[in-house]
Design a protein around this ligand. Structure first.
Ligand SMILES: Cc1cc2nc3c(=O)[nH]c(=O)nc-3n(C[C@H](O)[C@H](O)[C@H](O)COP(=O)(O)OP(=O)(O)OC[C@H]3O[C@@H](n4cnc5c(N)ncnc54)[C@H](O)[C@@H]3O)c2cc1C
Ligand SMILES: *[C@@H]1O[C@H](CO)[C@@H](O)[C@H](O)[C@H]1NC(C)=O
Ligand SMILES: *[C@@H]1O[C@H](CO)[C@@H](O)[C@H](O)[C@H]1NC(C)=O
Length: 431
């Protein structure tokens, strides 16, 4: 039934960044992987998303051509840096960009555009099967017929069997309750974001805002009590996007994205630098989104009882945007899962998934917390202190986060966990 050369059949639920990373990494490790995605077609949805250097390292290792394709879509701040202002308008400090590292570039760009680069890579370059329009309604493990050790059921009624199921189905995950055996409650983080993305036409036409786009990419922030406003221009100043994070006590957790109203944004700007209102006034109202920030305390586990189903990405852990690491940590999950499966082999799937959780859990929780600490540092800034130490408002660039090599680390850990027992990868005997 289980010849040692049979590849591990991996079922991935969801084609977000967690699912794509899991699929690419499993494919590279010689596993047989298929992705099941609910959306009938993948459109370039969303707006700004951040990938830290620790994600750039992963992309570059997969394929330098990916980096070549992504960098022109990414904000380039080598000339501008990040200019930070007090909400009343005073310039506080400019955080300079680190020199570009082609082995581990930072990539900040449009989520949909970057996502489609990866989707094309997965389907066209690697030939991994991505099945669209496949909503997973349940997953299970321990199939009695021996056809597989875990599987999923689609809305169509079709059942698919494999050796392992990875639930990469986002913050409103279905896989999560199946893994934990009960429903979990999402919480409101107490904050929401107004966000928008549009072309530079009206910004360029106004002499007061033209500087944001006319000489290439820019990034400016205004920090106020319990609010921050970030504005960037990208692709040589051609596109503009902004996000405004503010308190929101509506407690909505079932959906995150609603159409926004400009009038509600203007209310927040009372007493603010008039340029903020001016920038927002260029926003086509139909591009404005009211995005509720959902939080979830760390789950007790990401792995099912039987050890054949695991969660990755947002379904396992929610990130606040101020961590700027949500998508990057989703990539690190996928890389780690594939490394663990490769080392453990087909006969030790539960051990592989438990190793994945062990390798990732503490790091993820620590990075998650930085979303709160950065927000609080901005929102609760004491302006006397900021005057003495303007750099305290800079975005933290911590080496333990950004300098991390997820694959290298997973290889090292797996060698310790699995190396002495199997001495080889993919469960083949070396004798
Ligand atoms: C449409 C969309 C727009 C977004 N826009 C932004 C943005 O502008 N900026 C930002 O920072 N973050 C955005 N995010 C969130 C961001 O992509 C994630 O926080 C992060 O990248 C982690 O990715 P993930 O793969 O874990 O989850 P997600 O990116 O949420 O991906 C989950 C995937 O699973 C699919 N899925 C869900 N349930 C099922 C099911 N039952 N069966 C099959 N498939 C299922 C979803 O359709 C989705 O493709 C967006 C997410 C989505 C889905
Ligand atoms: C790979 O996975 C697909 C989809 O689950 C399956 O149809 C195929 O038989 C698998 N290939 C092998 C060699 O197991
Ligand atoms: C949201 O939840 C918080 C804490 O549970 C509560 O204090 C607040 O009143 C709630 N807000 C609304 C609008 O229900």
């Amino acid at each position: 039934m289980s010849s040692p050369t049979k590849p591990i059949n991996v079922i991935v639920i969801g084609a977000g960044f967690a699912g794509l990373s899991t699929a690419i990494s499993c494919h590279r490790a010689g596993l047989n992987v298929t992705i099941y995605e609910r959306a009938p077609a993948l459109q370039p949805l969303g707006d700004i998303i951040s990938f830290g250097r620790n994600a750039g390292l992963i992309f570059a290792r997969w394929d330098r051509a990916l980096v070549d394709e992504m960098l022109p879509l990414s904000i380039d701040l080598r000339h501008h840096g990040f200019r930070i202002h007090k909400y009343t308008g005073e310039h506080v400090t400019t955080q300079h960009s680190v020199p570009r590292d082609m082995e581990a570039p930072t990539i900040n760009g449009h989520r949909g555009e970057l996502h489609l680069v990866l989707v094309r890579y997965v389907t066209e370059r690697l030939g991994v099967e991505l099945r669209l329009g496949c909503e997973v309604v349940s997953c299970f493990e321990g199939t009695p017929d021996g056809e597989g050790r875990a599987g999923i059921e689609l809305a169509s009624g079709e059942k698919v069997y494999g050796d392992v199921v990875i639930g990469c189905d986002g913050v409103h995950s279905k896989a999560r309750e199946l893994v934990l055996g009960h429903e979990t409650k999402l919480q409101s983080s107490g904050y929401a974001i107004f966000r928008a993305w549009f072309d530079n036409k009206d910004i360029i036409a106004d002499p007061l805002t033209r500087h944001l786009c006319e000489n290439g990419d820019t990034f400016n922030g205004w920090i106020g009590p319990d609010v921050h406003f970030l504005v960037s221009s990208l692709k040589g100043g051609k596109d503009v996007c902004w996000v405004l994070t503010h308190k929101d006590d509506s407690n909505i957790t079932d959906r995150w994205s609603f159409p926004g109203k400009l009038a509600d944004v203007y209310k927040i700007f009372e007493g603010w630098d008039p340029i903020c209102r001016r920038i927002v006034s260029k926003t086509p109202e139909d591009s404005l989104i009211d995005w509720k920030l959902i939080w979830q305390d760390p789950l007790p586990t990401w792995v099912s009882k039987g050890g054949h189903i695991a969660l990755a990405g947002d379904s396992a852990h929610a990130f606040l945007p101020t961590s700027t690491q949500g998508a990057t940590q989703a990539l690190e999950d996928g890389v780690t899962i594939a490394t663990c499966l490769k080392w453990a082999g087909r006969e030790r799937i539960p051990e592989a998934l438990r190793a994945f959780e062990k390798i990732r859990y503490d790091r993820v929780c620590k990075v998650q917390e930085t979303g709160k600490t950065t927000r609080e540092r901005w929102h609760k800034a004491s302006w006397d202190e900021v005057e003495r130490n303007p750099k305290s408002l800079e975005l933290p660039r911590e080496d333990w986060i950004l300098g991390h090599d997820a694959e290298g680390h997973a290889e090292e850990m797996c060698e310790r966990i699995f190396g002495d027992r199997s001495g080889n990868m993919r469960g083949e005997s070396k004798i």
